[in-house]
Design a protein around this ligand. Structure first.
Ligand SMILES: Nc1ncnc2c1ncn2[C@@H]1O[C@H](COP(=O)(O)OP(=O)(O)OP(=O)(O)O)[C@@H](O)[C@H]1O
Length: 230
């Protein structure tokens, strides 16, 4: 089966407010998805729900798995920073190796070298962009079917952006899918196959980016204005 994730009638509320309303979504292998939407539209809540960190009503299945079992086939990079500042990069890598049986240390070393991160570097000494690079390496060095990257291009310079987008493309294959949430539309537009637009917790559009561009003769940013400017 080509589908890797099925979200069915999924709703999540925080107190009286709905963060996600009746989401129905199927993701297929071989695609990079852009998860798009303004602040507070539900992007992070959707990723956390898929990863089993947030519970809601409805069903989420990835390759037949549900709940925390999904974590065996999904690798998630949250926006939050989760490193212990006293650690060196090599200790963080060791931590991942112990934690995830699917962690590929050879791939991690290869990516660390490309990202110009030294195993002896202290985590507390890394700049924002270098920490982002490290988070991405750790996420993509797992052998998984689905990768979820929450805001991987936030607060970083153009060289880091280039390295990050190249690494994402280099990690793709026909058996995998990647979801990227971002506000950097011009940067991610180049690497996306499909887009998912969330608006106030509702899924308002899921389509091929190329088809949308051809049909409407427009850029992702223009499309964003069309969907959200009301
Ligand atoms: N732990 C929480 N407690 C209460 N409300 C929450 C919590 N997490 C998210 N929300 C609310 O759910 C809604 C969706 O938030 P979410 O963080 O998923 O949006 P987002 O699209 O990722 O936003 P951003 O682009 O700002 O990161 C918002 O109204 C937010 O305030």
């Amino acid at each position: 089966m080509n589908s890797i994730l099925e979200v069915t009638n999924f709703t999540k509320g925080f107190f009286k407010k709905k963060a996600l309303s009746d989401i129905n979504l199927t993701l297929t292998r071989g695609n990079i998805y852009g998860l798009i939407g303004p602040n507070g539209s539900g992007k992070s809540t959707l990723m956390k729900s898929i990863y089993g960190m947030v519970k809601g009503r409805g069903s989420i299945k990835a390759d037949g798995r549900r709940g925390v079992d999904i974590r065996n086939i999904v690798s998630y990079m949250p926006t939050e920073d989760y490193f212990y500042p006293y650690m060196r990069v090599e200790e963080v890598v060791k931590f991942y190796l112990d934690m995830y049986p699917d962690f590929n240390s050879e791939r991690a070393n290869e990516l660390l070298e490309y990202m110009q991160i030294d195993l002896k570097d202290s985590v507390s000494g890394l700049s924002t962009g270098m920490r982002m690079r490290l988070k991405l390496v750790l996420c993509l060095a797992r052998e998984c079917s689905l990768y979820m990257l929450d805001e991987p291009l936030n607060g970083i310079d153009i060289i880091s952006k280039k390295k990050i987008t190249e690494t994402i493309i280099g990690s793709m294959s026909e058996e995998k899918a990647i979801i990227i949430s971002s506000h950097m539309l011009g940067d991610i537009e180049l690497i996306l196959d499909r887009v998912i637009f969330l608006k106030k917790g509702l899924l308002v559009l899921e389509d091929s980016l190329e088809a949308l561009r051809e049909e409407r003769n427009t850029s992702l940013e223009d499309l964003y204005w069309e969907v959200y400017n009301d």
